[in-house]
Design a protein around this ligand. Structure first.
Ligand code: UDX
Length: 447
């Protein structure tokens, strides 16, 4: 059955969710306070780079199932299922999550609920938030207890947002046990009927567990990446090869090969801030000791960035002052134009601050990089970035860098030195073409 749905927030999460809910056959209204963003979305344009999203968005705007508005009144009149998909960034100057945007949605929406309605929170929030918001919704809503809030965390990865939303590994629904009713689960099962029919597991929990499922998942992924990066440091010290090692341990199904790519570490709008908010929340709950290992996970991750600067410095003769460095990749990962907490951009900035002249090229993230880091030089192509370079750094594993033929750069660069911050190139191929190849944890001469 088709439902009338409002989605609050039209960033990565909200815009994707709104478009995908329409794709499932629902009538959807996307709500945001940013007029410029709404104008683009209404015209069927995605304000960021996300493969496949533009097609889904356009199709559903054109068929009339997907519309956008800045009016909460319109949303409250139109829909009886309301998703919260706004951001929860790190607070300035502290580890905790900033809940301003989530709270603003609840404070504005709940007083407009004059008919029974369900609010499904998707944003990543510290455990305990949903319980507090559920109570607040009941207090503010004219329909009282018939305005129900549940938590339905999102696990989408940038670059695969549409696929992850339409074909998720699992759906999790946290229900308020202090106000029990069957409605929320029924509504969620209807909204996701097609996905459930396809076989995605649908797990119903209490609110706190649902919130923690999300933070625990991200903490685990971050830990897995820092684990392999710590092993990479040992590989470097011992002359071993971390890629071969990851392949070998990854065959053990209990370990698995995914998220064992050593390199310059994790960044983006989720993992770094989510592990910090998790530590902060555990501290408030008196369980800080349980998560002290996440400090180490964070520290290993941040050390990758300074380590990369050090490798570059030694590769160009001990000082970056006056050297020319080409940086290939600025996005926090490939198939994204997102540069939030991007290790690549951070490293480019540190190298420049140490006196090098840095030329950055990225297939999609130049515009966003320029607004965050306007003092770097941005090239229009790999060749332009690499011209006369003393060292070439590959910091985001875009396909076009992975497939690069070393011979096309032989005549362009000053020195044939390549530093592979994502272990995404073949050391043998580059060495055979006469280059000095440096990987992360790859001192051994294996491919
Ligand atoms: C992540 C989670 O994967 C997703 O489930 C959650 O909903 C949001 O946060 P995302 O931030 O889109 O998604 O990126 P992800 O693919 O997880 O990569 C995060 C970072 O880790 C990137 O900077 C990536 O380059 C890095 N990474 C990933 C590694 O350094 N090594 C790996 O093996 C995998």
């Amino acid at each position: 059955m088709s439902r009338r749905i409002a989605v609050f927030g039209t960033g990565y999460l909200g815009a994707t969710h709104a478009a995908c809910m329409a794709e499932l056959g629902h009538e959807v209204l996307g709500v945001d306070v940013d007029a410029a963003k709404l104008e683009k979305l209404e015209a069927g344009e995605v304000p960021f780079y996300e493969p496949g999203l533009a097609e889904v968005l356009k199709r559903n705007v054109e068929n009339g199932r997907l519309r956008f508005t800045s009016s909460y009144e319109e949303a409250a009149d139109f829909a009886n299922v309301h998703f919260i998909g706004v951001g929860t960034p790190q607070k300035k100057g502290e580890f905790a999550a900033d809940l301003t945007y989530v709270e603003a949605v609840v404070e504005k929406l709940a007083p407009l609920l004059t008919e029974p309605a369900v609010i499904l929170g998707k944003s990543t929030v510290p455990v305990g938030t949903a319980q507090r918001l559920a109570k607040r919704v009941r207090e503010l809503a004219p329909v009282g207890d018939a305005a129900e809030l549940a938590w339905n965390p999102e696990f989408l990865r940038e670059g695969y947002a549409v696929q992850d939303t339409l074909h998720p590994d699992r759906l999790v629904l946290g229900i308020d046990s202090s106000n029990p009713s069957a409605t929320v689960e029924e509504v969620a099962r209807e909204v996701y009927a097609k996905i459930i029919e396809e076989g995605s597991p649908f797990l119903v929990t209490d609110l706190a567990t649902a919130e923690l499922v999300k933070t625990a998942a991200n903490a685990f992924l971050a830990t897995k990446i820092s684990f392999i990066n710590a092993i990479a440091e040992v590989c470097d010290a011992a002359g071993a090869d971390v890629v071969t090692l990851a392949n070998a341990i990854g065959h053990d199904v209990r370990i698995g090969r995914q998220f064992l790519n050593a390199g310059i570490g994790f960044g983006g709008g989720c993992l770094p801030k989510d592990i910090r908010a998790f530590m902060a929340r555990a501290g408030e709950l008196g369980a800080d000791e349980a998560l002290t290992f996440l400090r180490e996970v964070d520290a290993i991750n941040m050390r990758r960035r300074t380590h990369m600067v050090e490798i570059t410095k030694s590769a160009v003769g001990g000082t970056l002052l006056g050297s020319r460095i080409a940086v290939l990749g600025a996005a926090f990962k490939p198939n994204s134009d997102d540069v939030r907490d991007s290790p690549a951009l951070n490293i480019a900035g540190q190298i420049q601050l140490q006196g090098a002249s840095v030329s950055v090229y990225d297939p999609k993230a130049i515009e966003n990089s320029r607004s965050v880091f306007p003092t770097l030089y941005y090239a229009r192509s790999t060749e332009e970035a690499c011209r006369n370079a003393d060292a070439v750094l590959v910091l985001t594993e875009w396909a076009e860098f992975k497939e690069m033929d070393p011979s096309t750069l032989n005549e362009v660069v000053g020195q044939k030195t390549i530093i592979d911050g994502r272990n995404c190139l073949s050391p043998r191929r580059w060495r055979n073409a006469g280059w000095h190849y440096h990987g992360i944890g790859r001192n051994a001469l294996f491919d």
